[in-house]
Design a protein around this ligand. Structure first.
Ligand SMILES: O=P(O)(O)OC[C@H]1O[C@H](OP(=O)(O)OP(=O)(O)O)[C@H](O)[C@@H]1O
Ligand SMILES: Nc1nc2[nH]cnc2c(=O)[nH]1
Ligand SMILES: [Mg+2]
Length: 168
């Protein structure tokens, strides 16, 4: 599926750190977890921050890819599933497991990972309306027609003055 987001939401390292800390504050009111399952690659950075704040030392990955170019979603591929040693924690099915990703957009990735760990708690830093029902805890909602630019994908660049950009 190809979407053409109208708006851009650039996020700096500092903002991302603050937003992920805010996510951790919300999560801290939901009890404790034995492990984090991080949805790579976008979930790697927030998972590191959440793990540090909550003192979680067991970090597993589920490797999923679906966006191949900017804003272009292709076929979703699970490149590595969740290790059995983690999915069978607690009473199994992801009980006592926290899943972390950077964002939920259409919800396709979240659906696939939730089906692997139906009892897990799913947390993202950002959520778009289509994917929002699949997330248990998030911090900031952005509109569906917005593309979020993460600090690891961007760098400093010249910006034309707004007056120039809006001139017909
Ligand atoms: O809700 P969805 O429409 O499924 O989109 C959300 C997913 O898209 C991005 O991952 P991507 O597939 O781009 O891979 P990456 O994490 O390696 O960047 C993002 O990190 C989420 O995992
Ligand atoms: N960087 C980035 N990846 C995405 N994958 C799905 N939606 C988005 C988005 O808004 N930004
Ligand atoms: Mg991802």
């Amino acid at each position: 599926m190809t979407v053409s987001p109208d708006k851009a939401f650039p996020v700096s390292w500092d903002q991302f750190h603050r937003d992920t800390r805010a996510l951790t504050w919300r999560l801290s009111g939901h009890g404790t977890w034995d492990a984090i399952v991080c949805v790579t690659r976008g979930g790697l950075v927030p998972a590191a921050i959440v793990a540090r704040e909550l003192g979680i030392r067991v970090i597993e990955t589920v490797c999923v890819a679906s966006y191949h170019e900017y804003s272009e979603q292709g076929e979703l591929k699970v490149l590595k599933p969740v290790a059995e040693s983690v999915s069978r924690l607690g009473e199994g099915g992801g009980d006592r497991v926290l899943i972390v990703d950077d964002l939920v957009d259409t919800g396709k990735t979240a659906r696939v990972v939730r089906d692997m760990l139906p009892k897990a708690h799913f947390a993202t830093v950002y959520a778009k309306p289509m994917g929002r029902p699949l997330v248990d805890t998030f911090v900031t909602e952005v509109s569906q027609d917005t593309w979020i630019f993460f600090p690891w994908d961007t760098g400093l660049a010249f910006q034309p003055p707004i007056a120039q950009a809006t001139r017909g």
